[in-house]
Design a binder for this molecule. Sequence first.
Ligand code: FE2
Ligand code: FE2
Length: 272
Amino acid sequence: MKIIHLTDPHIIGAVRANLFGLNPTDRLKKALKSINKHHSDAKFIAITGDLADNATKKAYKNYKNIIEDSKIPVYSILGNHDNRSFFKEVFTEFKDNDFIQYSFTIKKNAFIFLDTLDQGKMSGTLCSKRYKWLTEKLEEYKEYNVYLFMHHHPIKCGLYEFDTTAHFRNKNKFWKTLGQYKNIRHISFGHLHRIINANRDGISMHCTRSTAFQVALKTNTKAECLTNKEKPTYAIINIDGANFRIHHHEFLDENKIYECEGRWNQIISGED
Ligand SMILES: [Fe+2]
Ligand SMILES: [Fe+2]
């Protein structure tokens, strides 16, 4: 079974407006076009937060218009840039929910989507109400392979700002909660705008790049995070029982195909 993970589209209300010299709307559209073309067999697409950059109602309307073109179902959760109230005004199916959390199963796999937004803060957390819901779900899905989706990274990542002001708070409670279950296979998160793989307590994790802008790799420094020209990706997750593999795909240049037989530098088809 195949699922797709993309993250941090940072959509803005004005469709033609740029962010750091790129257009987030165009890039999300390109990602969805690529996914629908090459991975039409995917069961769903998970988008793990920072759906909007400036979080206006207009930004969510723009976001909704874009994802509605996807033939593959899209499941969205919120990040620190998002605004839960404006999101619910546009995605009215959540209007009576306190948080944007939900779950579903496909065969023997359970997919749990968490809401780590602490409105107005860069850092994220789960309050007692959200932990109660998570625990109930983990109990319900004891016989399933469980996959979690969340915006904030529940680990130390080595990037100063993301390990301080923009971190996931109260990690110990999170890992203590998960530690009671042996069937949690993987956590997909966003927020870092980088590809990173990690493992804690036997649970593997990954983040893929933003569909919009990226965060430059700067470890061993307290300097402010900067963006760079790394290209956006989405992640393709193939699940086979309790096993899985993940590819990170740079979709912007996917039509540039190179001849492999000794001439890596020759473009034989594609577009700029
Ligand atoms: Fe982000
Ligand atoms: Fe974020």
